[in-house]
Design a protein around this ligand. Structure first.
Ligand SMILES: Cc1ncc(COP(=O)(O)O)c(C=O)c1O
Length: 442
């Protein structure tokens, strides 16, 4: 396939022309026959009681596979990404007014895991091109109450783990990774999940490593594994052996229910077996799209530092609306009319969300408001210029291209280049009609 394609100069579908054609993603996730058979066998055998590794060897098997993938770290399979993250915080004993420096530009569960520990999220801004936390802003946000940095590897892009680790070590903070969108991504030769004091990953059905609903926590600290287990697992985990004696008196059933479903343990094992091949395929497709768009003017993929291997959960672009002279939303409407649906994944910065504003709060009661009030936090109108810029300029598309699919990639490029080639007509359209409705996640 050639590395450039000619932009279609034909009239835009949004303005009455003929659409290039709909981009439909292939079925995802795909489970192998073996995975389906093993899952069915678990159900046939009535193995649905998730007490621990000894009682359900499949849980042990999953945790061993995941551990190997993460440099031999301790692993606990969980019911979800959120429960993995909250278990990670609990494992590191982060709670009760402790401050955690993190990003306002992510999926809410990266933050709710902090809130559910009655800890306090402290938001710092992100990089414009990637939406990842800007390490250089972290030190200014550290206070005597700061305990940890929680970095999110958003859209399959690894955060700058080397820099984050150095900042955490220098300031005696813990580093937590949210790898929910970036299984297998690498930066500077290391894989996400292998640098932090703990990490949480989601394996819900839409993720790179998809089961039905599950997740896992990884940590190099054995006691963090056990303390994480104590908040959300059946106390039967203690019968697996190895629980430190000093914790035993505190092992009871005062827990959240964060156990992995045993059949998802089997899916974790089987899905891991093909993860790397699927990631390579995503990378090949993303690289092809990047080369086909090399002449593009307004819609850009970020450039990554050498040694960075994103896993491309979503493709995240930024749209230069100032240079194009139209809003991101009108551009997205034109893409959609041609057949390519893209949205801004993060609809607003999280610090703006009303459920974090205890001042004058009138909504349904939530437990964290009292912690935020006690800490005197005021999230209203935080500056965060880059995160806010991205809310208006980012465009993401799903990217489950795990089987060879070059024609679809070529069509994506054709649509984007066609819309760019017609930017003047779109400018006029927007001048007459105003910008399109916000292309954001609902
Ligand atoms: C960045 C991020 N963190 C955390 C989560 C929470 O995962 P789950 O839905 O499995 O609880 C998700 C996904 O939903 C996510 O995308």
């Amino acid at each position: 396939m050639s590395s450039t394609i000619a932009p279609a100069a034909s009239k835009l579908a949004l303005l009455g022309g003929t659409a290039v054609g709909k981009i439909t993603y292939p079925k995802f996730p795909v489970f192998t026959d073996r995975a389906i058979e093993r899952t069915a066998e678990m159900l046939r055998a009535g193995k649905t009681f998730a007490v621990g590794r000894k009682h359900v060897p499949e849980i042990g098997e999953a945790e061993e596979v995941i551990s190997k993938y993460h440099g031999g770290r301790h692993v606990m399979a969980t019911s979800s990404g959120h429960s993995a993250l909250q278990s990670a915080l609990a494992g590191l004993e982060i709670c009760c007014g402790d401050e955690v420096i993190t990003t306002p530009y992510t999926w809410g569960a990266s933050i709710s895991c902090i809130l559910h520990q009655n800890a306090i999220p402290v938001f710092v801004d992100v990089k414009r091109d990637t939406g990842l936390i800007d390490p250089e802003l972290i030190e200014a946000a550290i206070t005597p109450r700061t305990k940890a940095i929680l970095a999110v590897h958003l859209f399959g892009q690894p955060a700058n783990l080397q820099r984050l680790r150095a900042i955490a070590d220098k300031n005696k903070l813990m580093l937590i990774e949210d790898g929910s969108q970036a299984h297998g991504a690498e930066v500077g030769g290391v894989r996400v999940g292998t640098v932090g004091d703990a990490a949480g990953f989601s394996c819900m059905g839409g993720k790179l490593l998809a089961t039905t609903e599950s997740g896992y926590m990884v940590t190099p600290h054995q006691d963090a594994y056990w303390k994480g287990a104590m908040i959300g697992q059946h106390m039967g985990r203690a019968t697996d052996g190895g629980m430190p004696a000093e914790l035993k008196a505190y092992s009871d059933s005062l827990v959240y229910t964060y156990r992995v479903e045993p059949f998802n343990a089997v899916l974790l094992v089987e899905q891991f077996a093909k993860l790397d091949a699927e990631l390579e395929s995503r990378r090949r497709h993303a690289d092809l799209l990047r080369s086909l768009l090399s002449e593009g003017k307004y819609l850009k993929l970020p450039n990554y530092a050498p040694g960075t291997k994103p896993s491309y959960h979503l493709l995240s672009f930024t749209f230069d609306s100032e240079a194009a002279g139209i809003s991101r939303d009108t551009f997205a409407a034109a893409l959609k009319a041609e057949g390519l649906n893209m949205i801004g994944y993060v609809p607003s910065v999280i610090s703006d969300w009303p459920r974090l504003h205890w001042q004058g709060y009138k909504g349904p009661r939530v437990s964290w408001l009292s912690s935020l009030e006690a800490a005197g936090v005021d999230y209203r109108n935080l500056s965060l210029p880059n995160a806010r810029w991205r809310v208006d300029h980012a465009l993401e598309t799903g990217f489950d291209m795990v089987a060879p699919n070059e024609p679809m990639i070529a069509r994506m490029a054709e649509i984007i280049l066609k819309v760019e080639a017609n930017i003047e007509e779109l400018r006029e359209h927007e001048r007459l009609n105003g910008p399109a409705a916000p292309a954001v996640r609902g």
